[in-house]
Design a protein around this ligand. Sequence first.
Ligand SMILES: Cc1cc2nc3c(=O)[nH]c(=O)nc-3n(C[C@H](O)[C@H](O)[C@H](O)COP(=O)(O)O)c2cc1C
Length: 185
Amino acid sequence: MAEGNLILDEIVRRRSGRAFSSRPIERDKVHSILEAGRWAPSCSNTQAWQYIVIQEHEDLAKAHDALSRGNAWGKNAPLMVVVAAAEDGGCPAHNLPYFMMDVGLTVQNMLIQAVHVGLMGHPTAGWDEHKLKEILAIPESYRIVTVVFFGYEGNIEDLDERTREKEKKRSSRRPLEEIVHWEKW
Ligand SMILES: Cc1cc2nc3c(=O)[nH]c(=O)nc-3n(C[C@H](O)[C@H](O)[C@H](O)COP(=O)(O)O)c2cc1C
């Protein structure tokens, strides 16, 4: 995928896989993911993020109720991290919702750290926010920005046919020539 040897190996290897093993994740690895998230930069160091970490079987089962049908593969992941933020919790600059950028940065730190410790992470937007907020008792003033599934990579053959087909497709990116403007647009 990525060219050049100077790119971090974890960035090159990271991908949003859907085949998760149910193998539990060691506590220190879970901690390392949360710690990596905590050290992300944020606008004026506002750290707008809150993480709801779900690992207990009964709690995972309850939260699974809020997933979209297309994200049913997430039910195999032994760890769900729901990332929430208050809309007014970020930096009030340029009339932009900077809390979203803060959350993006914290999640990317987590995803890269997950690869570093041999795990896979998959961020999602496919869930019912209202339902999930109720299940997790998240305060009204907070928005759920993403739900990230973490786990060891499992067997692609255990996925349903549609998900398996999605999983076989290789991820691609627009080339740098299409997105980079040197010196001016
Ligand atoms: C904010 C966000 C929401 C996403 N929502 C979903 C989702 O609901 N279901 C899903 O299967 N993948 C979801 N993805 C994963 C993307 O489809 C994936 O990152 C993209 O196709 C690039 O593939 P890669 O991460 O494997 O490189 C989401 C990613 C992001 C960043």
